[in-house]
Design a protein around this ligand. Structure first.
Ligand code: SF4
Ligand code: SF4
Length: 217
């Protein structure tokens, strides 16, 4: 009886070993499901949620946020800090501070869903790791820069009196925009007006111009 039991267990062990080897050999010939990141980059699905970023209306160059603070109220972890002021000329609220603490953010998407202006979107990236804790608080400029890739020119957008405030706040240029984006007005600073040319005095046209003094400043 003892010998039979021993042989039965030995046969069972051999069989399970063959089964295990079968699985190993089978996997050896299948294409790998892992990637050699960062040499190989995954194809992320469109629904992948990265971090919340801010969009710009590329037809006007103005950021879409109207400082309504709906996202601040919607965020369950208090990750968004918003400060704004009212422009006395345009009567519009303008953003002073828009920070998101990505160390707190849990990518829940509630801020995006609460935004009535379609000014926020969850980005599609995941490489936001940093060894510096201060860098995980993304400021307005950083959020707008990241949001450019998800921005578009809104058809029929109302003329925005804060034209190119986006450029003024972020320093972004066409190079930061997604390729092929139709752009209303280039995000460049207005050219500085040239000083008016001095009119030559009558009868002094033939005379050579007098040397200007005071060169040392
Ligand atoms: S995704 Fe969620 S946690 Fe992150 S900022 Fe938006 S509301 Fe807050
Ligand atoms: S909800 Fe939208 S428009 Fe309102 S403050 Fe947040 S990002 Fe700006």
């Amino acid at each position: 009886m003892g010998v039979l039991s021993y042989l039965s267990e030995a046969a069972h062990a051999g069989w399970t070993m063959i089964q295990g080897l079968g699985v190993t050999i089978g996997e050896f010939f299948r294409p790998p499901v892992t990637l050699q990141y960062p040499d190989e980059y995954p194809e992320l699905p469109g629904w992948f949620r990265g971090i919340p970023v801010l969009k710009t209306d590329l037809s006007t160059g103005a950021y879409k946020c109207t400082s309504c603070a709906a996202c601040v109220r919607a965020c369950p972890v208090g990750a968004i800090t918003l400060e704004s002021h009212r422009n006395p000329e345009t009567k519009r609220l303008e953003v002073d501070v828009f920070d998101i603490d990505m160390g707190r953010c849990m990518q829940c998407n509630l801020c995006v869903e609460s935004c009535p202006m379609d000014a926020m979107v969850m980005d599609n990236g995941f490489e936001h790791a940093t060894p510096n804790r201060a860098e995980i608080v993304y400021d307005f400029r950083h959020l707008l820069q990241l949001g450019l890739a998800y921005s578009s020119a809104d058809e029929g957008a109302k003329p925005n009196p804060n034209k190119w405030i986006f450029h003024e706040r972020t320093g972004a240029t066409e190079k930061d925009l997604p390729p092929g984006v139709p752009l209303g007005t280039p995000p460049r600073p207005e050219p500085k007006p040239k000083p008016p040319a001095a009119k030559p005095a009558e009868g002094a046209a033939a005379e050579p111009p007098a040397a200007q003094g005071g060169g040392a400043e």
